[in-house]
Structure formats: structure tokens, C-alpha cells
Design a protein around this ligand. Structure first.
Ligand code: PLP
Length: 506
């Protein structure tokens, strides 16, 4: 290679972590996102693009030559933003919320900026120790019993999602039991939930090798507000035992996905205890609310469960992703997930004085999520977090009040938190044209209403079907949502209903 050539190559060498360039481009991105938040109300809430839209706008191959951030950001604005459903819009009432905040966004920047891979203590002591600390902080905020905290021989871990938490606990429970009764019994293991339990349980059971016929979805009813009945659970367990099967795991839910129903944790744990079943409490959405003393009763009985998880990334001002899982017996996780690779051996692990989180989860690699949660807890404090949650619950009550004033509508299930499930009632009588009393007609009407609402781009909501009833879920929980957005959303619902049914005469 000639001197001139090597000079040229050296010249072309890029520095992907040039600190001044990072500062310059970083400011541009922060400005971009700040403007996005400023302007968010002007975008259609649900993306209006057609499948495949982006292939028509983006080149088929990656660029050979580098492109400036200015051009890339322009393309984000022109091509990516139209394909976003704006989850942070104050008019996004779909699914359950996915929260973001200044504290968590900046925490993410710290996490990704340091980019440590804290799979064990040695790989980055601060990552592990801060996670131990914030999990105990949060556990205390939830008034979890000492037995779930590191200070009480239990402990908490931050995982990506509830799906991960359920999978890990099913596997921990499975191995704990099979180690006692013999691995050949795997075909007899049964897991339990209700017909309202999130599909994470089904996926976890599948991956954990539970026989597909051995996943019970115990039926719930409208008269019991779609909560899992301890008597029905016991009946299912007895029937399985009579058939020679072995009960393994119960997933009880506090705040079900469809309707926000709450399974009675304490009485279910009592049933599970009689049969030695591992109980996991999935409070993915509603767990956040339980940091408020007035909602804590929803998890009463948690002291008898084996594990508990919720997602701060849903409703606790923490950007995706962040699922907090506590277990009473960390050794059940460690026995199931630890590996013994020479290249990871170190004196800290040998000392048994440290937590190696790689043994509490499926992958090896892990992000420094604890720093994000730490920023959230410190920046807002328990007081502001509680008030934030309470305000959404108050907004939900306000929305229920608006529904009550229009006799065409009804609230379908009792509200527990900030999710209101409503529909055009089958008995609606409007300007001579009546909604047929048949439930199926009501279902069709509500389906049409929801489609027109989402097509409008003015609001975004989703649906669920419980007990054969199609209902519209109005899920409040985004940080920018205020009373005026609730009132405007209700006006939109009324206007689109007017258009469908004829004007309602007040
Ligand atoms: N469990 C419940 C009760 C949920 O509502 C949801 C999602 O909304 C999940 C589990 C799934 O959570 P994740 O996406 O974190 O796996």
C-alpha cells in the first residue's frame, strides 16, 4: 500500500463515537422529538397508511455512501411519521397505554449511552446493584411483603415484558416440580388461568413444553365481573387430579386485558396452596395503580403468591421496555436458568455475594434498564406518581359520567381503574330507527362505530369481546391526556353515533 493510499484510508476512517458529533446530532434528535411532542395533536392518531406503503418510499438497498443526519431526519418526518400510530397522542385510548416521560427518555439515553451489558455483577456492578435497589424501592412502594424483597431473601428483576416474566416463572415452577417428581412427568403438568388471562400464559406454556391439552382457561361470567372464581378453579383442579394430571401453575390477573377485571388474589392463593401450585400475579397494567394506598387492596393476598409482575412501561411513566418481576424464591429461577460457562467465571460469582441476573432470565445480554426506572422514581417521587395515576382514574370516572348522560350508551363492565368499556346499548332507540334488541345487532353497530372512529384519525380506541358482548375499550393513561381530550373524544363518539343512528334527541 502506498503512503498516499494509506493516508487516504486514514482520512476516510469514521469515528462513530466522536463526542462533538454526538453532541451536535444528539441535540438535533432531541429538538426533533420535542417538536414531535409539541405537534402531536395534529397527526391522525391511528396511522392511515396501507400495508406495504414504506416499500414504495424507501430504496431497495442500503446506501453505499454515508448520508447526513439532516437527510435521514427529513425522511423520518416524511416517511416514518405517517406510518406511526401515535401512542403518545392525548387521543390514544387504545389497548393499554405505553407511557413515556422526560425522566425515562433521558434514562434511556443514559442506558444506551453507557451501553453496558450487565449480565452478571462483574460485567457492570452498578447495573446489577442499582437494579437490586430500585426493585426493592418499588416493591416497598407496592407494599409487597418483605419476602419478595432482596432485604427478605426474595428479589426483583427487570425484564422486557410480562411475556418474559410469565415464561420465566412457568419454567422455574416446572423445573422445581419436575426435579422432585421426575422429568418424565412433564406431560402431566397443567397450568391454569381464566378465559380472560393474557395469551402470554398460552405462549409460555407452549415454550415450556406443557402439553397443549393441559392449559386451562377457566370460564368467567358477567355476573362475577369476569373474575376467576376460586370455586371454579378448585373444580378444574379436582377434575384434573382425578384424571391423573398434576397441577403446576396459576396465573391470576389484576386488571385483565379485555376489561380490567380483577381476580381475587387471596382466595385463589388459598386454593392453590391446597394443591402446591405456583401462583403468579400478572398485574401488567393495573400494578402501577397499586402504589396508591386506595388501590393497594386489589393485590391483597399477594403475600401468598410465588411471583408478581407489572409493567411500568404501561402506566408508570417509564418508556418501553420495562417489566418488573419479583419472586419469593430466586433459587427457583437460578436453578432453571443458570449456566456454567468457563468464560463467564469470576471471583464475585464464586463468592456468592452478588446477583448475576443472567440466571434470572432467558437471554444472557441485558440492558441497564434500572437507570431509567431510577430516574423516574427520583424525578417524580412517589407523590407525583400517585397523583398522576389518580388523575387518570378521575378522568375515567368523568368519562363514565358523560356516558351516563346519553341513554344510547352503556358501560358494559364495572370499572376498576382507568379503563372504561362501553357500547351503544342494544336497547338504544333513536329517531324511530331502533337498534335491534338482538345482541348480535348491537355488536355489529359497535364494530361499525369503532371502525369509523379509528378511520377518522381523531381518536384511537380498540375493542374486546367478553361474554359475547362486543365493547369499545376507552383506556386512559397517556401522559398528555387531559380532561379536554376526554370531552373531545366523547363528542367525537357522539357525532359518529349520530351519523350512524340519526341525531339523538336530548
Ligand atoms: N398481561 C396483561 C394483563 C396485559 O394487559 C398485557 C398487555 O396488555 C400483557 C400481559 C402483555 O404484556 P407484555 O406486552 O409486556 O408481554
Amino acid at each position: 500500500m502506498s503512503l498516499a493510499q494509506s493516508d487516504q484510508e486514514r482520512h476516510c476512517m469514521m469515528n462513530p463515537l466522536d463526542h462533538e458529533e454526538f453532541r451536535r446530532q444528539g441535540h438535533m434528535i432531541i429538538d426533533f422529538i420535542a417538536n414531535y411532542y409539541r405537534d402531536i395533536e395534529k397527526y391522525p392518531v391511528r396511522s392511515q397508511v396501507e400495508p406495504g406503503y414504506l416499500h414504495k418510499r424507501i430504496p431497495e438497498n442500503a446506501p453505499y455512501n454515508p448520508e447526513p443526519i439532516e437527510t435521514i431526519l427529513q425522511d423520518v418526518q416524511n416517511h416514518i411519521v405517517p406510518g406511526l400510530t401515535h401512542w403518545l397522542s392525548p387521543y390514544h385510548f387504545a389497548y393499554y397505554p405505553a407511557n413515556a416521560s422526560i425522566a425515562a427518555s433521558l434514562g434511556e439515553i443514559l442506558c444506551t449511552g453507557f451501553n453496558v451489558d450487565g449480565f452478571n455483577w462483574m460485567a457492570s456492578p452498578a447495573a446489577t446493584e442499582l437494579e437490586n435497589i430500585v426493585m426493592d424501592w418499588l416493591g416497598k412502594m407496592l407494599e409487597l411483603p418483605e419476602s419478595f424483597l432482596f432485604s427478605g431473601n426474595g428479589g426483583g428483576v427487570i425484564q422486557g415484558t410480562t411475556g418474559d416474566a410469565v415464561l420465566c416463572t412457568v419454567i422455574a415452577a416446572r423445573d422445581q416440580l419436575l426435579n422432585r417428581i421426575g422429568r418424565e412427568n412433564i406431560v402431566k403438568l397443567v397450568v391454569y388461568g381464566s378465559d380472560q388471562t393474557h395469551c402470554s400464559l398460552h405462549k409460555a406454556a407452549k415454550i415450556a413444553g406443557i402439553h397443549p391439552n393441559n392449559v386451562r382457561s377457566v370460564k368467567t361470567t358477567k355476573s362475577k365481573a369476569f373474575a376467576l372464581s376460586p370455586d371454579s378453579l378448585r373444580a378444574a383442579i379436582i377434575s384434573d387430579k382425578e384424571a391423573g394430571l398434576i397441577p403446576l401453575y396459576l396465573c391470576a390477573t389484576v386488571g385483565t386485558t379485555s376489561s380490567g377485571a380483577v381476580d381475587p388474589v387471596g382466595p385463589l392463593c388459598d386454593v392453590a396452596e391446597d394443591y402446591g401450585i405456583w401462583v403468579h400475579i400478572d398485574a401488567a397494567y393495573a400494578g402501577s395503580a397499586c402504589i396508591c394506598p386506595e388501590f393497594r387492596h386489589f393485590i391483597d393476598g399477594v403475600e401468598c403468591a410465588n411471583s408478581f409482575s407489572f409493567n411500568p412501561h404501561k402506566w408508570l411513566l417509564t418508556n418501553l421496555d420495562c417489566c418488573c418481576l419479583w419472586v419469593k424464591d430466586p433459587s427457583a429461577l437460578v436453578n432453571a436458568f443458570s449456566t456454567d460457562s468457563e468464560y463467564l467465571k469470576n471471583t464475585a460469582t464464586d463468592s456468592k455475594q452478588v446477583v448475576d441476573y443472567k440466571d434470572w432470565q432467558v437471554p444472557l445480554t441485558r440492558r441497564f434498564r434500572a437507570i431509567k426506572l431510577w430516574l423516574v422514581l427520583r424525578s417524580y417521587g412517589v407523590v407525583n406518581l400517585r397523583n398522576y395515576l389518580r388523575r387518570h382514574v378521575e378522568m375515567a370516572k368523568h368519562f363514565e359520567g358523560l356516558i351516563a348522560m346519553d341513554k344510547r350508551f352503556e358501560v358494559v363492565v364495572p370499572r376498576n381503574f382507568s379503563l372504561v368499556c362501553f357500547r351503544i346499548s342494544p336497547s338504544a332507540r333513536v329517531n324511530g330507527c331502533s337498534a335491534d334488541d338482538e345482541e348480535s345487532t348491537a355488536n355489529e353497530l359497535n364494530r361499525k362505530l369503532l371502525k369509523s372512529l379509528n378511520d377518522s384519525g381523531l381518536v384511537c380506541m380498540t375493542h374486546a369481546i367478553v361474554g359475547g358482548i362486543y365493547m369499545i375499550r376507552f383506556s386512559i393513561g397517556q401522559p398528555l391526556t387531559d380532561y379536554r381530550h376526554i370531552e373531545m373524544a366523547w363528542k367525537v363518539v357522539q357525532e359518529y353515533t349520530d351519523a350512524m343512528l340519526g341525531t339523538y334527541l336530548k
